[in-house]
Every structure is written in structure tokens, then in C-alpha cells.
Write a protein that binds this ligand. Structure first.
Ligand code: GTP
Ligand code: MG
Length: 136
């Protein structure tokens, strides 16, 4: 099976929607939350996490938003969980996201879109190391 890194962004924590989002993930048969941490992020970890976006026009506001309050980092394990959590989240822009998806039901603007989930096995490996360096 696979594992993926999920971040509940500051909007999710601020609005009291952590439980709702975690429930949707947990309810999927065969998926398990195997690590979970509430924490604040500094610039260095965000530079590492969002390296591919450095220099883009939305990068600075994104990094500021991600430092605007605590986030929850989770490791989720299960069958095809990388693709699966992305589907549960919906497209990046909440306006384009279907009702029933996390972003479709709760997302507001593209920057404040509730959740991050690794987009490939390579990203998952890299991001899991960034957020859970002790993970075996
Ligand atoms: P993540 O799961 O958070 O990585 O989202 P994603 O993979 O759907 O999007 P991507 O990696 O392309 O961008 C990372 C984050 O930057 C997004 O989740 C948004 O919060 C933000 N973002 C991406 N594109 C835009 C954009 O065009 N405008 C703005 N304002 N923010 C963007
Ligand atoms: Mg991404």
C-alpha cells in the first residue's frame, strides 16, 4: 500500500473543520492515519515544501497564509491513498471543485483551499521526510 502527506491548512483549523476533514479521510475503508501533529510552520519548512512554486506570483501570499496559524500534518496509509486523497480534496480552485469534495464543500478562494495532499509517489516521499523526518 501507499502513504501520503496531508496538511490541514490554517483555514481548516481556524474554522473548526479539522474533525470534519479527518473524518472524511478516516471513513474511507482501508485508510489509516498513522501520524498526526498540530504545529506552526516557519519559512524554512515552507520553502522546502513549496520549492516548485518559488518565484511564482502566488508564492509569497501562500507562504504568509500558511504561517497565519497552526496546521495539522498527517500521514495517511492505504490502498491508492495518494490519488484517493487528491480526489477527496477536489481541484486546487474551490470554485472548480464539485460539491461532495472537501474543497467543493468548504473551500473559499484558491489560496485558502483547506488541504494539501501529495500529488505523486515522489512528492509523497519528499514531503513525508520534510514533515516527519523520524518516519521509517
Ligand atoms: P496543494 O495540495 O496545496 O499542493 O495544492 P495543489 O497541488 O492542488 O496546488 P499546487 O501545488 O499547484 O499549489 C499549491 C498551493 O498554492 C495551492 O493549494 C493553493 O493554495 C496555492 N495556489 C496554487 N495556484 C494558485 C494560483 O494560481 N493563485 C493563488 N492565489 N494560489 C495558488
Ligand atoms: Mg501541490
Amino acid at each position: 500500500s501507499q502513504r501520503t502527506l496531508v496538511l490541514l491548512k490554517p483555514d481548516t483549523v481556524r474554522r473548526g473543520l479539522m474533525g470534519e476533514v479527518i473524518s472524511r479521510i478516516e471513513r474511507k475503508a482501508g485508510w489509516t492515519v498513522t501520524a498526526l501533529e498540530l504545529r506552526s510552520l516557519d519559512r524554512a519548512i515552507l520553502e522546502q515544501h513549496y520549492a516548485e512554486h518559488i518565484g511564482k506570483p502566488f508564492y509569497e501570499p501562500l507562504v504568509e497564509f500558511m504561517q497565519s496559524g497552526p496546521i495539522v500534518a498527517l500521514v495517511v496509509e492505504g490502498e491508492r491513498v495518494i490519488e484517493g486523497v487528491r480526489r477527496l480534496a477536489g481541484p486546487t480552485d474551490p470554485i472548480a471543485a464539485e460539491p461532495g469534495s472537501i474543497r467543493g464543500d468548504f473551500g473559499t478562494i484558491v489560496r485558502e483551499n483547506m488541504i494539501h495532499a501529495s500529488d505523486s509517489e515522489e512528492s509523497a516521499e519528499r514531503e513525508l521526510k520534510t514533515f516527519f523526518p523520524g518516519l521509517v
